[in-house]
Design a protein around this ligand. Structure first.
Ligand code: ADP
Ligand code: MG
Length: 155
């Protein structure tokens, strides 16, 4: 487990933009945090870091949005309205060659793969956020290691 603090949306974006450099096809990240914590801001940074130039918005009304203009495809999911009993076919995405980012993944625990980088964003002040990364396998461990060793991640 590793923790960072950011003091603006730009800093959060910068952090996830750096993280994008370490992502590989098939990687899955979950984003947890209250409404307004910064999950979508984080995803925008990740998309930027992947070289995606399309506008990234919260996919609340579509469940999944795909972006294909970067180094790797990005599958951005928001399962806020989904329950664990529903089969929306999200596991199909994990087999593909992109990176999956899931907001509100705590709603669908039984659909998640074993190895996930779990990113928790918490409000620590009006503009302060703590970002905590938890790992559950080799790939998430590796990403966590690389971002932890990246001195520019917290610039
Ligand atoms: P979520 O997707 O978690 O509901 P959003 O990313 O849509 O949250 O919104 C986060 C809000 O918090 C934005 O309005 C953003 O400007 C604001 N904010 C303030 N400080 C930060 C910070 N350090 N990191 C991320 N967002 C921040
Ligand atoms: Mg959001």
């Amino acid at each position: 487990m590793h923790q960072w603090t950011t003091s603006s949306p730009e800093e959060t974006m910068h952090f996830s933009e750096r993280m994008a450099a370490y992502l590989q096809p098939g990687d899955v990240l979950t984003l947890s945090g209250d409404l307004g914590a910064g999950k979508t801001i984080f995803t925008k940074g990740l998309a930027k870091g992947l070289g995606i130039h399309e506008m990234v918005n919260s996919p609340t009304f579509t469940i999944v949005k795909e972006y294909h203009s970067g180094r790797l495809p990005l599958y951005h999911m928001d399962v806020y309205r989904i329950s664990d009993e529903e089969d929306i076919g999200i596991d199909d995405y994990f087999e593909q060659d992109g990176v999956t980012v899931i907001e509100w993944a705590e709603n669908i625990p039984s659909w998640l793969p074993d190895d996930v980088l779990s990113v928790v964003i918490e409000r620590a002040g009006e503009h302060e956020r703590t970002i905590t990364c938890k790992t559950s396998g080799d790939r998430s461990e590796r990403i966590n290691e690389e971002i932890s060793n990246d001195e520019r991640a917290s610039d």
